[in-house]
Write a protein that binds this ligand. Structure first.
Ligand SMILES: Cc1cc2nc3c(=O)[nH]c(=O)nc-3n(C[C@H](O)[C@H](O)[C@H](O)COP(=O)(O)O)c2cc1C
Length: 385
């Protein structure tokens, strides 16, 4: 399909649903339990109304900004997502390449299929590495060392997944990487020849950062059992400080939803925090990210870079988050749909769509520079309470 015929993220989602095996499409397009937080991320953003202005000089517009001091073409990064190499063969390498060529940051998940070293070899510039803290601290230290050796320019420490929220579909589908050759899986794969063809041509079908690196792990296919056994439920702020010292570089704390935790994040010495509910995949019933954002910005926004993710499906959504004080946004599913639909070209298309929407929406609101977007572009009584 011609990428130019894809005009919005919803087009990419529909195409990804046709092309990606069901268990991996469902893994992306799902939230925990009743999915109320997953839905609220999108619906709270959609409810915010914008203030149109006219007869403002709209020449010479620019979306250029910085994230953690790094120049970016627009303040949007690709969020870390597990099993990305199952949405499309070599998915993490393709997404990282698309992000690099476009000029936005890419964050590689601990639970990726392609390894840190694979992504290093596939790109030239710096990328970010997302760390999950496991009980085996020697393995955590080794991951930090590998990220350093790969010249990662920031460590994204995820704090909201020490226990795993239940996603019904993953259990019902028997999610594993690679899929087990059961009859229902084989029938489904038979309808996804493009995915199978690419997947047969790559050796990367397991958790690349784990298998062969963690002690005694030569074969790992279930994300949920690994999480339950290995992720450290005792993770504390003292551990965050230990990781900061060990890493020594830029540190981003991901999964902050509470003003008190935001204060503690600042006290830990982190460089940025991400207001995030993990895309509605963890605490079902938590507030949407956009509802929490203004509170966190009011509390710590002058002392730390506040980013946000959750529910961003358009440039309009990015503009709303920036208007409420986010320094930048991260996108998860939007780029995964692009990847599942069209590989690297789909991720590029996703970024182009969001860029164009952000640019035009900014112009309609009478602004020409992304740094000038503030609350004045929003209709106050449409904001989530
Ligand atoms: C399929 C999928 C896998 C994810 N895996 C991870 C992960 O490994 N590490 C992490 O910190 N966040 C992970 N996340 C959360 C994302 O980083 C991000 O917080 C979320 O996707 C933002 O919401 P959005 O998808 O609505 O943009 C994942 C999200 C999705 C959709």
């Amino acid at each position: 399909m011609n990428p130019a015929a894809i005009t919005c993220i919803e087009d990419l989602r529909r195409l990804a649903r046709r092309r990606v095996p069901r268990m991996f499409y469902d893994y992306a397009d799902a939230g925990s339990w009743t999915e109320s937080t997953y839905r609220a991320n999108e619906s709270d953003l959609a409810a915010i109304k914008l203030r149109q202005r006219v007869a403002v000089n709209l020449e010479h517009r620019s979306l250029a900004s910085t994230m953690l001091g790094q120049p970016v073409r627009m303040p949007v990064a690709l969020a870390p997502t597990g099993l990305t190499g199952m949405q499309h063969a070599d998915g993490e390498m393709l997404a990282a390449r698309a992000a690099e060529a476009f000029g936005v940051p890419f964050a590689l998940s601990t639970m990726s299929i392609c390894s840190i070293e694979d992504v290093r070899a596939a790109t030239n510039g710096p990328f970010w590495f997302q760390l999950y803290v496991m009980k085996d601290r020697a393995f955590v230290e080794a991951l930090i060392e590998r990220a350093r050796a790969a010249r990662c320019s920031a460590l994204v420490l995820t704090l909201d997944l020490q226990v795993l929220g239940q996603r019904h579909k993953d259990i019902k589908n028997g999610l594993t990487a690679p899929p087990r050759p059961t009859l229902p899986n084989l029938i489904d794969l038979a309808t996804k020849p493009r995915w199978c063809w690419h997947m047969l041509r790559t050796p990367r079908r397991q958790f690349g950062n784990i298998v062969g690196h963690a002690k005694g792990v030569s074969n790992l296919n279930s994300l949920s059992s690994w999480t339950a056994e290995q992720f450290d439920p005792a993770l504390s702020w003292a551990d965050v400080e230990w990781i900061k010292r060990r890493w020594g570089g830029k540190l981003i704390l991901k999964g902050i939803l509470d003003a008190e935790d935001a204060r503690l994040a600042v006290a830990s010495g982190a460089d940025a925090l991400i207001v995030s509910n993990h895309g509605g995949r963890q605490l079902d019933g938590a507030e949407s990210s956009i509802a929490v954002l203004p509170r966190i910005v009011d509390t710590v926004g002058r002392r730390i870079e506040v980013h946000m993710d959750g529910g961003i499906r358009s440039g309009q959504d990015v503009l709303k988050a920036l208007a409420l004080g986010a320094h930048g946004c991260h996108i998860g599913r939007a780029f995964l749909y692009g990847l599942g639909a069209l590989g690297q070209a789909g991720v590029t298309r996703c970024l182009e769509i969001i860029e164009r929407e952000l640019d035009l929406t900014m112009a309609f609101c009478g602004k020409t520079r992304v740094g000038d977007i503030d609350r004045s572009v929003l209709i106050e009584n449409s904001l989530p309470r």
